[in-house]
Ligand binder design. Sequence first.
Ligand code: SF4
Length: 326
Amino acid sequence: MYFLRTGCRWGTINVDMTFRRPDIIRPPSEWKSYFLPLTSGCSNNTCAFCGFYGSKLQMRDLDDVKSEIDALSLFMQGGIRLPAVPNVVYAVAQGWDGKRVFLQDGDALVYPFAKLKEVLKYLNERLPSVERVASYATPQDILRRNPEQLEELKDLKLSIFYMGVESGDDRILQKVVKGANHRQMVEAGKKAKDAGVALSVTVILGLGGVEGSERHALETAKVLSEIDPDYAGALTLTLVPGTPLYEEWQQGKFHPITPFRSLEELKIIIENSSFTDCFFSSMHASNYISVRGNLPKDKKRMLRELETVLATKDPALLRPEFLRGL
Ligand code: SF4
């Protein structure tokens, strides 16, 4: 690891010159957060549909993370900018309200537990205005931690995990090399919730292709009901060049569903799911239409909205391809 150590009148700043700061990939609801990288890449880089496929996981040095927190704290207190600190820190901090932090990258929960605790403690100490810290977490990351550890993290304000479930169908999960099955998804989700950590999960419409579509939708409704998360979001599969699923599609081995079939999958999932109180949405930019509401309260209205679009099958009602995002 190569460091640039530079002094200034507020102390010494360490800048890890080998850590590649990741691009900002975040859940839609984290748009107001400060994005603090602990890792780059994803520890489970095998998912056949994901842009993180094959990424090399990098752990950021703890001192470097602390230096960024110091710099952020100085900036928030008095607009002080330090010359050795990358511009991106100030670009992200500009306009930040000081309340929410999102830990990057693909699964920041993989950061070694003792160091993660130290980061959170330091963050709370230097930026007491922070109300909530969030991160992506794989089911494997959650299952690796014991309940007491998850509670400790929650007490240090790491109080929401975003977990990709993708599908409830074990055959699909295995095919896309997700690294966790239906049972483990449920176990991880319940473990987070039992520790008092809010849980937001995502599923991917179209992941089973044409052949697996019905099974995917029904099993996904089942896994979501069993997890019973606080938030659930549907994304629509976007085939990313360089991923195995994209290659399969190019070779004619994977048959993507149509945009209207993705709405039918969404309808099956909403119809067949049973939640205590879950904010469910398809607001993500990858989707062809956006429906949102609290389930079960808004189930009828959300289904009606989908049925209206499905009855006409008018492409003008869908988000155009060029406006869809990952
Ligand atoms: S675990 Fe999540 S971020 Fe990592 S490769 Fe799979 S889908 Fe992508």
